[in-house]
Design a binder for this molecule. Sequence first.
Ligand SMILES: Nc1ncnc2c1ncn2[C@@H]1O[C@H](COP(=O)(O)OP(=O)(O)OP(=O)(O)O)[C@@H](O)[C@H]1O
Ligand SMILES: Nc1ncnc2c1ncn2[C@@H]1O[C@H](COP(=O)(O)OP(=O)(O)OP(=O)(O)O)[C@@H](O)[C@H]1O
Ligand SMILES: [Mg+2]
Ligand SMILES: [Mg+2]
Lengths: 168, 168, 165, 165
Amino acid sequence: MRLKRLEVFGFKSFFDKTVVTFRKGITGIVGPNGCGKSNFSDAILWVLGEQSPKSLRGERMEDVIFSGTEHRKPLSLAEVSLTIGDIANELPPPYTVYSELTFSRRLYRSGESEYLINKTPCRLKDIRDLLIDMGAGYHAHTIIEQGKVDDIITATPMQRREIVEEAA
Amino acid sequence: MRLKRLEVFGFKSFFDKTVVTFRKGITGIVGPNGCGKSNFSDAILWVLGEQSPKSLRGERMEDVIFSGTEHRKPLSLAEVSLTIGDIANELPPPYTVYSELTFSRRLYRSGESEYLINKTPCRLKDIRDLLIDMGAGYHAHTIIEQGKVDDIITATPMQRREIVEEAA
Amino acid sequence: TRGLFVETFHTLNQKFGEVYASFFGGGSAELVLLDEAHPLESGIEMLAQPPGKGKRNILLLSGGEKALTAISLLFATFLIHPTPFCLLDEIDAPLDEENTRRFAQTLESMSDQTQFIVVTHNKLTMEIADILYGVTMEETGISKLVSVNLKKELDESEGNPAETI
Amino acid sequence: TRGLFVETFHTLNQKFGEVYASFFGGGSAELVLLDEAHPLESGIEMLAQPPGKGKRNILLLSGGEKALTAISLLFATFLIHPTPFCLLDEIDAPLDEENTRRFAQTLESMSDQTQFIVVTHNKLTMEIADILYGVTMEETGISKLVSVNLKKELDESEGNPAETI
Ligand SMILES: Nc1ncnc2c1ncn2[C@@H]1O[C@H](COP(=O)(O)OP(=O)(O)OP(=O)(O)O)[C@@H](O)[C@H]1O
Ligand SMILES: Nc1ncnc2c1ncn2[C@@H]1O[C@H](COP(=O)(O)OP(=O)(O)OP(=O)(O)O)[C@@H](O)[C@H]1O
Ligand SMILES: [Mg+2]
Ligand SMILES: [Mg+2]
């Protein structure tokens, strides 16, 4: 499988709808302090189902919705869509026929949240199950947040066991 | 007051006796990963009286004694001396006459430790009291260890209070 | 699954040692089961010894050595259990120039099996990117992505906008 | 001492705001007593708002913004309570080029009242040092200090040995 495209709208500092296409190999993200690089990586962590606001540097999940600047009012909806292509593994019905899948997640300021696969509402569990079917289930290993690289070194032996278990 | 000289011997990766003179203004310490820069700063933290092995990245205080390489046997003594000059404030007797003071700390593998002022044995309390007389008592504010710069941001409100209280 | 775990643990250890030695130019690293009799419940210790240095507690390692050791383990898990994509946010920040080069080279060699998204401030890491996006705030507080031409970026200049709708 | 604490707290807040605005080119930062009625026991909250951005929880700030905010508070305490010396170990690691320059300039302006010892990998910070020491391990595992001629260092070369006995 391969990441093809990410669409971010109203998520953290991404006020306007932003679309980014990924290539094979290495995609570099650069820019000055505070411009939104880690927000971009938080968007990927979020659309893949992250449930803890703390892992997104917030206190409540609503902290991910664009909350305004000097010249722009807060929004009431955050939406991120991740399109995945080149799917090698056999997927369960009804997804067997698709060559591309788009996972979406929405959060309204009311607290209501939605998950979608190819624009059809689904449950978080459906997204998680599909990710495991595609071999990307161990997302704990796939995303290393800023400043967290040596957590495995300072972890306790039992915490280290959990990390190794996910990977093995 | 001003730091004049540091002598390190048998402390962490400083096997040979090393003497460094400081200038007014800014002294820069550079070098590749793992060469001993943070060990150098640990030596200063230690000679000023640090009591927690954890703040020196060890488990027991003996971890600061040179513990060998492929070609060198471990040592049984670590010693650091810090010479301070240009002392402006009035110091209590018997130190009133001195224009320079040298604080030393030794640790033997047996666990025995010694503190000295101008080569005369003293107590840790004597060093701490003199530092306060010279205006350098708030050492928590004078040494920012690697990776710890934003601890004040992630601290709890009560922890933050302690940090501000020391400085104020 | 006990047999499976022990077998995978053993393979992970082997790869961990290999990647570590390639990063550090020698030395050794391994994971140790604290309670060999109960592998499925045992805590795991980590040992790492840079080449020529003594054996000591991993907490005494330097900032850069700790990061490189952690990256060795991460890459070792990818060698056993290839993951389709991986996102790294300034993982190269503690590394000096030499280690950044080694990290970048290894990343490049793994990028045919894993798709990497790498956030970095380091020019040496930027150079190995197949495509580079710059995140800007032309309007304060509003992030936009522009695709950047690497050659121009290193000469500190602008790029053309990505599809910002 | 209650009056003294409140007065110092107030001055610290003023300086914190000033240093912060000089680093970020505007914006505001302050410390807030959670329980104004009991200043000597109250916890302290911190608010920081980069210029043009909305007010939000400081945990949502970026890595570089957090570091620069913390450095602003540190330098503010030095303005109120000058400290004779200060040791900073890679405090500039999360900063981009522009912020590193601002940090280096501010450090330079404060270095006539405070003696700084700065560990860094960043060439922009090295440039402001009055004297530069390189730590090397000519023999693996054994640290030595050599005093370095900056001009040569930036061209990646050796230095003459410090007094290593
Ligand atoms: N919900 C939100 N709405 C609007 N802006 C937000 C929101 N959450 C966070 N931000 C802003 O995003 C900025 C942080 O962005 P981010 O952490 O992505 O920076 P970065 O590019 O990773 O920087 P660095 O190089 O310093 O790590 C902060 O200034 C913060 O104010
Ligand atoms: N007691 C000791 N005896 C000998 N060597 C030691 C001792 N304690 C630590 N070391 C060695 O010191 C090295 C770490 O040095 P230090 O943390 O100063 O590096 P650094 O120059 O700060 O590197 P970085 O740029 O990665 O932060 C480790 O490799 C460790 O093995
Ligand atoms: Mg960031
Ligand atoms: Mg260090």
